[in-house]
Ligand binder design. Structure first.
Ligand SMILES: *[C@@H]1O[C@H](CO)[C@@H](O)[C@H](O)[C@H]1NC(C)=O
Length: 112
């Protein structure tokens, strides 16, 4: 491939990536008992933070959450579910130094 062609391929790839990251978000949250399942886009992410929040105060749930190979969904098996009004995920899709923060309003059902 010529340098010119390579450049245009790279340009097209970066445009596709930019378009997909403008849609980056948590797309759904489902709670079933002590299990909270969070679906998100883009499909693969490396997470730095997984939090429930109550009035802005973070509750770390990262030790209880797993996403197979970083693929959506993120499944959190909590020992108990506290009150919460928001979910926050912070991480990177692994492209350069791009970091993304996802916030999603969600009222936890408290499970002791
Ligand atoms: C959470 O609960 C509050 C207070 O009951 C309500 O105003 C809000 O709409 C609820 N949010 C969601 C995402 O269900």
């Amino acid at each position: 491939m010529s340098i010119k062609k390579q450049k245009s391929v790279l340009l097209i790839i970066s445009i596709i990536l930019m378009i997909s990251f403008t849609n980056a978000a948590i797309t759904g949250v489902v709670q079933s008992g002590k299990t909270i399942t969070i679906t998100y886009s883009p499909m693969t992410m490396i997470w730095f933070n997984n939090e429930l929040r109550l009035a802005g105060v973070p509750i770390n749930i990262m030790p209880y959450c797993k996403a197979m190979y970083g693929w959506s969904p993120l499944i959190c098996n909590l020992p108990s579910v506290p009150a919460c009004d928001q979910i926050r995920l912070y991480g990177t899709p692994g492209i350069g130094t791009l970091n993304l923060e996802f916030l999603y309003p969600f009222n936890c059902t408290v499970v002791a």
